[in-house]
Design a protein around this ligand. Structure first.
Ligand code: LMG
Ligand code: NDP
Ligand code: PMR
Length: 395
């Protein structure tokens, strides 16, 4: 049985484009999961006419910030100043690898926005990050006060903001009961989605003030929230339903802790939060891309099976998951490689297209991937946005 399963797995997975809807997955069924229903990934291009509460003004950069492009000394050559990028959750895993890659390039100053200052300082040092290219600032996404405080502190630093990377996340696959953020939202959606939602809404003003040639807001998504993929069909599957739990505040008291109003499931809450991340990116794009020129993107960096994300999973899973991804699904990617991918989305001059969900094939070439039907549902994106802005006190 196991061998049979293995052979189905390896032949179904020998496609290079992880996460991409692929002909070889068509009509396949593995572990009792049928994919054909979900494979009709639709990428809705319907633009919504949304109310615009944020009035974009291409203002000056802050007083102390140098202009993005300086005339160099030699024969009028133009030089670009160092970009300034905030990366949340840069104390480990993908965030740290991205921060390292950007700092080492010499072209970026990385603001590592983290909840554990000492851990981050040690991590940055042991990664050998050049110390003039990073600053650590405290941010606990599980507290909206902390998010607001971070924004104030960042503004006081008078650095420009050219790119914001919403990367931090928690995953609680073995939790039997929900835990909650400071404001009483279920922890995974509260941290991964609502904390980042408030952060990015507030920092839009700062991004919009930047005179950097390409300003970007990147929200890390994942294959596991996309039910048009095999990985997204491993139970429990993401499903936001009619958002009744979210609308009720996810507090587990008078409302469910889950977005769809169902019973608590930590793995599902994480996948739901990733769907919110991908929907939020698209809603940002629809509301603000045209008038601000800011690039909004999401991505699936590959399966980085060794990161701290799996710290709460059972030891057997942590032992078997990396070889499973390396040798069976071939979806594995090292932290270093994943960091380069995200750094590419931050800084590659060719990746300026907005509203895109990036993925990489096995040769590490980026391509625009398709999101599942739910993760590209424009109406749901608008509802998630509107409910979320009430929950975080913006509406
Ligand atoms: C669930 O557990 C939680 O229960 C749930 O609450 C939620 O958190 C969810 O999505 C999150 O995770 C996860 C996991 C626990 O259960 C499963 O994934 C169920 C399916 C397990 C089926 C495993 C079949 C493996 C298919 C490959 C066939 C391999 C053939 C051998 C080839 C060898 C080559 C090296 O389960 C675990 O964490 C451990 C699963 C133990 C499986 C034992 C199989 C032994 C074979 C070892 C192969 C190595 C790869 C397996 C890795 C599986 C990791 C998912
Ligand atoms: P890690 O656990 O290594 O990194 C998560 C980071 O988020 C850590 O720096 C952690 O800080 C931080 N964080 C958690 N909670 C908070 C909080 N309340 N406030 C501030 N920071 C917080 O996991 P990964 O590097 O794997 O995950 C990074 C991103 O990549 C996530 O968005 C995840 O969904 C995504 N992703 C990961 C994949 C994978 O295979 N690993 C695949 C697809 C997407 P601390 O160190 O203090 O715990
Ligand atoms: Mg998955 C091509 C197949 C593929 C890929 C790319 C992933 C990525 N996974 C795949 C397949 C499978 N996984 C299969 C066939 C199984 C059943 C054995 C399986 C199981 C599995 C579990 C139990 N996978 C997992 C878990 C987790 O707990 C992880 C998770 O869902 O976290 C939410 C996970 C993941 N698989 C991935 C990726 C990227 C993850 C990490 C989750 C994320 O970061 O979004």
């Amino acid at each position: 049985m196991a061998l049979q399963a293995a052979s189905v797995v390896s032949s179904a997975f020998s496609v290079p484009k992880e996460g991409k809807t692929s002909a070889s997955f068509k009509d396949s069924s593995l572990f009792g999961v049928s994919f054909s229903d979900n494979l009709k990934a639709e990428f809705s291009s319907v633009a919504l006419s949304c109310k615009r509460e944020f009035k974009p003004v291409r203002a000056q950069t802050t007083a102390t910030a140098s202009p993005a492009i300086n005339r160099g000394t030699s024969e009028g050559k133009k030089t670009l100043r160092k970009g300034s990028v905030i990366v949340t959750g840069a104390s480990s895993g993908l965030g740290l690898a991205t921060a390292k890659s950007l700092a080492e390039s010499g072209k970026w100053h990385v603001i590592m926005a983290c909840r554990d200052f000492l851990k981050t300082e040690r991590a940055a040092k042991s990664a050998g990050m050049p110390k003039e290219n990073y600053t650590i600032m405290h941010l606990d996404l599980a507290s909206l006060d902390s998010v607001r405080q971070f924004v104030d502190n960042f503004r006081r630093s008078e650095r420009p903001l050219d790119v914001l990377v919403c990367n931090a996340a928690v995953y609680q696959p073995t939790a039997k009961e929900p835990s909650f953020t400071a404001e009483g939202f279920e922890l995974s959606v509260g941290t991964n989605h609502l904390g980042h939602f408030l952060l990015s809404r507030l920092l839009m003003e700062d991004l919009n003030k930047s005179d950097y040639p390409s300003r970007r807001l990147i929200i890390v998504g994942s294959i596991t929230g996309n039910t048009n993929t095999l990985a997204g069909n491993v139970p429990p599957k993401a499903n936001l339903g009619d958002l009744r739990g979210l609308a009720g505040g996810l507090n587990g008291l008078n409302s469910s802790a889950m977005i769809d109003g169902g019973d608590f499931d930590g793995a599902k809450a994480y996948k739901d939060s990733k769907v919110c991340n991908m929907l939020t990116m698209q809603e940002f794009h629809r509301r603000y891309h045209e008038e601000t020129g800011i690039t909004f993107t999401s991505l699936y960096p590959g399966c980085i099976a060794t990161t701290g994300l799996f710290r709460e999973h059972i030891p057997l899973f942590r032992l078997l998951f990396p070889p499973f991804q390396k040798y069976i699904t071939k979806g594995y990617v090292s932290e270093e490689e994943a960091g380069k991918r995200l750094a590419q989305v931050v800084s590659d001059p060719s990746l300026t297209k907005s509203g895109v969900y990036w993925s990489w094939n096995k040769d590490s070439a980026s391509f625009e991937n398709q999101l599942s039907q739910e993760a590209s549902d424009a109406e749901k994106a608008r509802k998630v946005w509107e409910v979320s802005e009430k929950l975080v006190g913006l509406a």
